[in-house]
Design a protein around this ligand. Structure first.
Ligand code: ATP
Ligand code: MG
Length: 612
């Protein structure tokens, strides 16, 4: 492609709307344009990158035995009602764009495709002889994200490859999962990314496991915990570890002590001269279930530990049936305004005890039947105790009175141990690893590029997708699902590889391999050599741009650096000796090559760079 007619508009200044390097660079280099919040146009250079990523994904999916298809983005509400996800996806913090068509039918734009694919499997898969089946598509997804940001990293319209597998049993599904796991490793390696596969939260769906593929970068929204021996890596949401040993309690008798101005663990421990490992801290959450029911949750945990809200949410989902609900739609620490809505009197914040009285919650008002059905506040705290707090003896904790704590307390004596013992503690950097206590957890930031998931039968059961086994019995299909953020992957490559001058694309996903720059377009010899190289390179499969714009050489070099084409070929001074300069964008190495060597040398370099 020549510049022009290729549309290339670069900016010298950082656009104000962008915060992280990759977002700034993609805007500055003319790869993307923002059209609305979280909605971007992929301009010609970007589209080529996305096509390259898609092609790598496609090759690896095909090699893993998956078949490509294309599912509708416009989906009827009924399918989502069958799976029970319509309400959670369209109400409150739901991320599904929903609309009403001219026939007054509710529809949604696909944020994901479990419902559609399971409905297809229900209709088309009848017998074990058809299994396994694995289908994938590469397509635009729509999600009304609460905080769209960082350009393509978290868009409201983005490109995803999603695959869904159907097997006869758990063992078959695990085999498919392994193949997809390998395919995902291949995709990230071939895209030239530094990454780590980590254990991930599977939510409350259960299933036997899931892994996320994290591209390592400071700007990543996820925290990864891992051990140096390479044997453990997990998303912090899922990570497990050994907590530090508790220090023996200095308290010997149970008593209430005046502890003025100690409404944090730190202040309290300083005042009482004890370790936070001798403290039971009580943290209040407010959970809203999908039927509108609000539950106030009091979590008792050891003072030096924090609550992992993902683990807590999973515990609360397990209890959904107790509240005649199916899932939790919001989990927050109630602020003053939220407390006002349900608290009968001001809470003893900073001094709450594990037995905080239920009378702090306003009694339910006698309400008309229809209001009751829509939910309300459960007038009792749901009390949970984390494992770390269960073993404590002679501990210090709140007294339910501001300015006072209880010390030397024990479960079963001063306080009743909450019925429900849970593991909701957050693993943190420095913790000892479970598999080997001599290994400590280290931390890194990552961008989630892919997520593979052993789904099991959640959707096949909900939608009645069954097959007949060899014995003639009806069985639910056992599913897996596998997503890659194609557009997010492309931007992550920029986040990982750039310098002050611009993007440094991995060769395998660069929009073009090479760019021929003519420093002086008035020089006929330069123009002739450049045109010939451009033609020969493209004919030889080296995807090449030609920059023969009537601009200063410096401007053209700057643009070439900014857009990040791996090899720059300059028809400059050495042309009189029959040579051109070839510059490697990543290393900045410059080499003079005789004209006849340019094509074979570039072919060789590119083949070597892509064959990883
Ligand atoms: P996240 O935790 O980042 O919100 P997710 O868990 O909702 O992602 P999945 O439903 O597993 O994501 O989607 C599969 C992949 O799609 C993700 O691994 C990610 O790469 C990509 N993806 C998800 N949401 C977005 C988005 N809003 N913009 C761009 N890519 C996205
Ligand atoms: Mg995910």
């Amino acid at each position: 492609m020549r510049l022009p007619p290729m549309l290339l508009v670069t900016l010298r200044e950082d656009p104000a709307e962008a915060e992280i390097p990759s977002h700034k660079l993609l805007l500055r280099a003319g790869y993307i344009r923002r059209i609305a919040s979280g909605v971007y146009a992929y301009l010609p250079l970007m589209w080529r990158v996305l096509q390259k990523v898609s092609q790598i994904v496609r090759e690896e999916m095909n090699a893993a035995g998956a078949q490509e298809c294309l599912l509708p983005q416009l989906q009827p509400a009924e399918l989502w009602q069958e799976s029970g996800r319509w309400e959670t996806y369209t109400k409150a913090e739901g991320i599904m764009f929903a609309l009403i068509d001219r026939q007054q039918r509710e529809m949604g734009l696909g944020p994901t495709h479990e419902e559609v694919i399971t409905a297809i499997a229900r209709d088309m898969i009848r017998s074990y002889r058809q299994l396994p089946v694995n289908l994938y598509q590469i397509q635009t997804k729509f999600r009304d994200e609460i905080r769209p940001r960082f350009g393509l990293m978290r868009g409201r319209e983005f490109i995803m490859k999603d695959a869904y597998s159907f097997d006869a049993d758990e063992a078959g599904m695990k085999l498919t999962y392994q193949k997809m796991n390998q395919a995902y490793h291949n995709i990230l390696r071939r895209s030239g990314l530094k990454f780590r596969a980590v254990d991930a939260d599977s939510g409350a769906i259960g299933g036997s496991g899931s892994q996320e593929f994290m591209v390592l970068a400071e700007a990543g929204e996820d925290e990864i915990l891992y051990t140096a021996d390479g044997k453990y890596a997990a998303n912090v949401e899922k990570a497990v570890s050994l907590p530090a040993d508790a220090v023996p309690s200095p308290f010997t008798t149970a008593e209430k002590r005046e502890t003025p101005g100690t409404d944090t663990i730190e202040k309290m421990c300083k005042f009482l001269q004890c370790s936070p490992t001798c403290v039971v801290k009580n943290v209040l959450y407010q959970a809203v279930y999908d039927n509108g029911m609000m539950v106030l949750v009091l979590v008792s945990i050891r003072g030096d530990q924090d609550v992992n809200e993902v683990k807590l949410q999973n515990e609360l989902v397990k209890l959904a049936a107790d509240y005649r609900a199916t899932t939790v739609i919001a989990l927050t620490v109630p602020d003053a305004a939220a407390q006002e809505k349900w608290a009968a009197k001001p809470l003893p914040l900073g001094y709450m005890a594990p037995d905080l009285a239920d009378s702090y919650i306003k009694p339910p008002k006698p309400a008309p039947v229809e209001v009751k059905a829509a939910g309300g506040v459960v007038p009792k705290f749901l009390r949970l105790v984390d494992q770390t707090a269960v073993a404590l003896q002679n501990f210090a904790t709140g007294s339910d009175e501001a300015g006072y704590h209880v010390v030397g307390a024990n479960w079963g004596q001063e306080f009743k141990l909450p019925d429900r013992v849970v593991d909701v503690r957050k693993a943190t950097v420095g913790d000892r690893a479970l598999h080997d206590a001599s290994q400590t957890l280290q931390t890194a930031r990552g961008i989630e590029i892919g997520h593979i998931f052993q789904l099991g039968t959640k959707y096949s059961q909900a939608l009645g997708a069954t097959y007949t086994n060899e014995q003639g019995e009806d069985r639910p299909l056992v599913m897996g699902c596998y997503g890659v953020g194609v557009s997010r992957l492309a931007q992550s490559a920029v986040e990982q590889a750039h310098d002050k001058d611009g993007i440094i694309w991995p060769v395998s996903i660069a929009p073009y391999h090479a760019i021929v720059v003519v420093p002086n377009v008035a020089d006929a010899e330069q123009m002739q050599a450049a045109a010939q190289l451009y033609t020969e390179l493209n004919q030889a499969g080296v995807e090449t741009l030609l920059d023969d714009r009537n601009e200063r050489a410096g401007v053209k070099f700057k643009d070439a650096d900014l857009i990040g084409i791996p090899y720059r070929i300059v028809t400059g001074k050495s042309l009189k000796d029959g040579k051109v300069e070839v510059v490697n964008r990543a290393t900045r190495e410059m080499q003079e090559l005789p004209l006849v060597y340019v094509v074979p040398t570039l072919q060789e370099w590119i083949a070597a760079a892509i064959a990883v």
